[in-house]
Design a protein around this ligand. Structure first.
Ligand code: F3S
Length: 857
């Protein structure tokens, strides 16, 4: 391709495959390009044949290698990954090799976004106060990240204040089409921009035509060190959009609708591609919101192909015209341009008419439980909560948190401007949020402050308590800070059941705040409306949001911005210069750059550190956990165990086992930071495993938080102590769970914790994709078992033991594995399980004992 006076080489897919190419979904065309460019000989021929063979059935058993162009991480997944690399460097040095040889082979971008907490809010200096807390609490960990950026080639850290990883990716990092340098004798390459990210919401970038998805930190390590990520050619679900998304509906409402529809259909592990006449009317911002929630609908991707809307977005966010021309020319030439009348085939097609979407919410405990916004009351009352004492001045379900938060719904300027316009009307009418509501606005990038200011809406938001508290994940990851005093009193008295209202993507019990079990997801303007109402059980379609000071009832319709007004303000706010300039200014974070960091190829571990400890599993000596054995179930869990249950991210409760441990080591019980910040310290994370008070251990009903039954002794012990006892006594342990085990995030600690507990296999009815891969990355065998066979309240009794034979030599992907249940009363039952191993690379990793021993080999 010749453009702008330069010549590039490319894989010309239409020239190679003709009309056949256009029958493949665009996502598979990108896999095809990747295969042709990176594989050779018979491997390449097989992969190409398999991709076209997919057309016959819309599915394939074939496994192909995918070589992403870059890796995206955030501070709480990057820290443990970089700690692992630091420990592997030690292992190399101890073996007499040069540790500096161990370097990532791809660019790695790390956003420091997950550690910002909402300590201060509704005050003018909230953002700088919160940033101050963050820098102080995390100084040791941040110094380590600074060391990593100096010691490891290609690791680039985006400091606190620069925004949320997925927003940064959309606005700054993604090139959509990447250029690979050439030399005098050979022109450079043009290739699709592709990535993996250690965060489940990485598919947000699919909104602008970049193929990427979330993986666990362990899988990311394999990719960083030059191995491809292996995948079975996925089913591709086509979502055909028709009609137009109209006011009052917004992209959040579409995302919640898609989430509900696709979750009900079951698309776990599938690629999703949006197509049809409705696509072109959606802005890239709208698309990114929908793509972001791919993990909530269970898919690996939520892809939108490149078109004029993509180019408009690149222009709006300040990308150069040269780059934009390159994207257009490449996408059109290579067959990656969106074609509304395209002939692509899909495994299944789902129809969604955009005209039918209204104002939606999802909750009160799962993102797929979509409701019309008027139905929150019904959903809450259906829970049947009865107050244990008089409720005082607060409603039964007060809004405890109203947070405009998360990459999902703060990266699209239209959503934040809608919130600003609603705030302006509320202010004009003299409304204020209820006194017990903790309000906050944490946008995905600092450009939001500029465009809201230019539109004259920042002050309006400020006046309602929705001033900016910082640029990071905050409430979305559970860093909500303390609740208000009236809500704390209510929780203590049991006089009500408070609710979080947030513009995030997850509302699992305890996710947003350890003391809140209930939450609804919604668009930013609706968050403000519920903050004004103060009552999560109000029917805002008929009840007034609030009464104005003169007694006039104010309804949601009086406040909601109309579409013309919204369009006008979005235009008013736009200035492409903001995006790059604000990002660069934030990158200068002076406290960050002033931090001293070691300047050595090996990290100097401090044995007294409570944040960073050399982990035992980053060593070649970690053996394989496969084999034939009889095990005790360490825990028997039910359905929907999330990674938040397995390894929490939120604040460390001062009365917890982890708190006791940290206090013993000299920390202040009142200021323990969040679990996520401790992921560089395996000793803490081991004790944090399954630290969730909503989790039920069916092994023996009513087991207190983070304890389990050590069956041989009959004692209730902290889980890690029980695990230690089993290990010391030479007993194996496994874990039993129900459907969707490991739902949630990509955190590898959910698997590392199990490895440290000695768990050799997890027997679950079904696994969430990323967590399954993380288990394998830690050498733990995932086995699928039939529903009801093991999990649930009565399937296993204390004293029952599980025998299985899973030897490395005989195991194969997806093979049947017989599990024998030796009952305490002497009976034996047989359960037919299936090895949840998808690829031969995964089998190799299990045989090696996990990713790290494999890299060190
Ligand atoms: Fe952060 Fe929540 Fe997005 S944790 S990356 S804002 S999903």
């Amino acid at each position: 391709l010749a453009l702008n006076g330069l010549t590039y080489q490319l894989v010309d897919l239409p020239a190679l495959f003709g009309e056949r190419l256009y029958r493949l979904p665009v996502v598979l065309r990108i896999l095809l390009e990747n295969t042709i460019r990176n594989r050779e000989g018979a491997e390449r021929d097989h992969a190409v044949a398999a991709l076209f063979g997919w057309l016959e059935h819309g599915s394939s058993e074939a496994e192909i290698a995918f070589q992403p162009g870059r890796v995206l991480m955030h501070d709480t997944t990057a820290t443990p990954a970089l700690v692992d690399i630091a420990a592997m460097r030690d292992a190399l040095a101890e073996a007499g090799a040069d540790p500096a040889l161990l370097n990532p082979m791809l660019p790695v971008d790390v956003s420091v976004d997950h550690s910002l907490a909402v300590e201060a809010y509704a005050q003018a200096d909230a953002a700088s106060v919160n940033l101050g807390y963050e820098m102080r609490r995390n100084a040791e960990r941040y110094r380590f990240l600074r060391w990593a950026s100096k010691a490891l080639d290609g690791v680039r850290i985006h400091p606190p204040g620069t925004g949320i990883m997925h927003t940064i990716n959309l606005e700054q990092l993604a090139t959509v089409v990447a250029t690979e340098p050439g030399n005098e004798s050979r022109p450079g390459w043009l290739v699709p921009d592709t990535l993996i990210g250690t965060d489940s919401h990485t598919p947000m970038i699919n909104g602008i035509g970049v193929l990427g998805w979330g993986v666990g930190g362990l899988e990311a390590q394999t990719v960083m060190f030059g191995m491809p990520t292996m995948l079975r050619i996925p089913a591709v679900v086509g979502v055909r959009l028709s009609g137009t998304l109209r006011a009052p509906a917004m992209s959040t409402d579409l995302a919640l609708t898609v989430t509900q529809r696709l979750r009900a259909l079951g698309v776990a592990g599938d690629f999703v591609e949006f197509f049809g006449p409705g696509v072109s009317g959606l802005s890239a911002g709208d698309r990114a919101v929908v793509a972001n929630m791919a993990p909530e609908y269970g898919a690996t991707t939520g892809y939108f192909a490149i078109d004029e809307q993509t180019l408009d977005y690149l222009r709006t966010t300040g990308r150069s015209e040269v780059q934009i021309a390159l994207v257009r020319a490449y996408a059109q030439q290579v067959g990656l341009w969106n074609d509304p009348a395209g002939e692509a085939r899909y495994t299944r097609v789902v129809e969604i008419c955009l005209d039918q979407i209204g104002i939606e919410v999802a909750g009160p405990a799962r993102p797929q439980d979509r409701l019309h916004y008027a139905q929150t009351a019904a959903a809450l009352h259906a829970l049947g909560f009865v107050a244990q004492s008089a409720s005082g001045a607060l409603p039964l379900h007060p809004v405890a948190i109203a947070a405009i938060t998360s990459c999902t719904n703060t990266s699209d300027p239209r959503l934040l401007i809608a919130a600003g316009l609603l705030a302006r009307k509320a202010r004009q009418l003299g409304l204020k949020p209820a006194a017990w509501v903790k309000t906050s606005l944490a946008p995905g990038s600092p450009a939001a402050a500029s465009y809201l200011k230019r539109a004259g809406l920042l002050d309006e938001l400020d006046a309602l308590g929705f001033g900016i508290v910082g640029f990071g994940c905050t409430t979305c990851i559970g860093n909500s800070g303390p609740l208000t005093a009236p809500i704390r009193d209510m929780l203590r008295a049991g006089s009500g059941k408070p609710v979080a209202m947030l513009s995030g993507n997850r509302n699992f019990p305890g996710r947003v705040h350890p003391d809140l079990d209930l939450g609804f997801i919604m668009s930013p303007p609706l968050v403000i409306a519920f903050a004004l109402a103060g009552d999560a059980a109000l029917d805002l379609s008929s009840d007034p949001v609030q009464f104005a000071p003169d007694g006039t009832p104010v309804y949601l319709g009086d406040l909601w911005p109309d579409s013309d007004e919204l369009d006008r303000y979005v235009r008013l706010a736009g200035d492409p210069g903001d995006f790059r300039r604000d990002f660069e200014n934030a990158s200068l974070n002076p406290v960050w750059h002033a931090m001293e960091a070691p300047d050595s190829p090996l990290y100097p571990w401090d044995p007294a550190s409570n944040y960073l400890q050399r982990p035992p599993f980053a060593a070649a000596s970690q053996g394989s956990l496969l084999g034939a054995y009889t095990a005790y179930p360490l825990l028997v869990l039910g359905d929907d165990v999330t990674t938040d249950h397995i390894s929490p991210a939120s604040a460390i409760p001062p009365d917890s086992l982890v708190a006791d441990y940290l206090v013993q080591r000299g920390e202040d019980r009142g200021d323990l930071n969040v679990f996520a910040s401790r992921r560089g310290n395996w000793q803490v994370m081991l004790r944090a495993a399954f630290h969730n008070r909503t989790l039920v251990n069916h092994l023996q009903g009513g087991i207190p938080l983070a304890h389990t039954l050590h069956v041989p002794s009959g004692q209730l012990l902290p889980i890690w102590e029980a695990a230690q006892r089993y290990r010391d006594e030479g007993d194996s342990v496994v874990l039993v769970a129900g459907e969707r085990y490991g739902t949630g995030s990509s955190r590898d600690w959910a698997a590392k914790g199990l490895r440290l507990l000695g768990v050799r296999a997890v027997l679950a009815v079904s696994f969430e994709r990323i967590h399954r891969s993380n288990l394998i990355g830690m050498g733990i065998l995932p086995l699928r078992v039939p529903a009801g066979a093991l999990s649930g309240a009565a399937a296993l009794r204390p004293g029952d033991r599980i025998a299985l034979s899973a030897e490395a030599a005989s195991l194969r992907p997806r093979m049947a594995v017989q599990v024998r249940l030796h009952r305490r009363d002497g009976r034996t039952d047989i359960v037919e399980a299936v090895a949840a191993i998808e690829t031969l690379l995964e089998l190799k990793l299990l045989g090696d004992g996990g990713v790290m021993p494999s890299i060190l080999k």
